[in-house]
Each structure stands twice: as structure tokens, then as C-alpha cells.
Ligand binder design. Structure first.
Ligand SMILES: [Zn+2]
Length: 114
């Protein structure tokens, strides 16, 4: 990379190289907004799916153990209650993430309008 160009074309918001048409770097230039949010939501979804897959496998295991009698009925019921709480927390986390993403979108739009 040309050092002279990198030093003179800095992002308006940070010290990274400005590569977008608005004088921003990958993290700050509106040119990359769609790409950034697409990557962020893909990452969030895959993480959430992995967590769900793991929890589903664990719950299936408990159900199997309950059926076969390998797990005490009361213990199994308590464990499943715990998974219900986990499910509620995951749902809450997802809603907070959505709200945060919306807040970022609104801030970006406000910046563009002002
Ligand atoms: Zn920047």
C-alpha cells in the first residue's frame, strides 16, 4: 500500500485509511453501511442458531433420559424449567439486539439528513 496516500487520506472519524466516497473507512463510511449491517446480522444469526441447536440437543437428551427412567422425574422437571428460563432470556437478548440495531440505523439516517 502507498504510505503517502494512506497518511493523507485518513477517515474523518478515526485514524484508519479513508476508502469510501464520504471520506470514511470501512467502519465509518456510509458506502459500507449495508455491507456492515449484513455482516453483523449474519454473525448474530449464526451465533444464535448455534446456541439454539445446542439447547435443543440438551433438552432432547433430558426427554430421552426421562423416558428411559435414567433421570429422576423431579430432577428432569426442574431441569426443563431451567431451560424455559434460558429460552426467555435468549428471546429477551434477541429483542435488545434488534432495538440496538434499530438505534444505530436511526442515528445513521439522522446523520445523513442533517
Ligand atoms: Zn473510520
Amino acid at each position: 500500500m502507498d504510505e503517502y496516500a494512506a497518511n493523507t487520506n485518513l477517515c474523518l472519524w478515526c485514524n484508519n485509511a479513508a476508502i469510501g466516497s464520504h471520506g470514511g473507512c470501512y467502519h465509518h463510511d456510509p458506502d459500507y453501511e449495508d455491507l456492515r449491517s449484513a455482516r453483523a446480522s449474519t454473525a448474530a444469526k449464526s451465533k444464535g442458531n448455534a446456541e439454539l441447536r445446542k439447547l435443543k440437543a440438551e433438552v432432547r437428551e433430558i426427554i430421552t433420559d426421562l423416558r428411559s427412567g435414567a433421570l429422576d422425574r423431579n430432577v428432569g422437571t426442574s431441569m426443563l424449567q431451567g431451560y424455559r428460563v434460558l429460552r426467555d432470556l435468549i428471546e429477551l437478548e434477541r429483542r435488545i439486539k434488534e432495538t440496538d440495531e434499530l438505534a444505530v440505523d436511526i442515528a445513521t439516517i439522522k446523520e445523513l439528513v442533517e
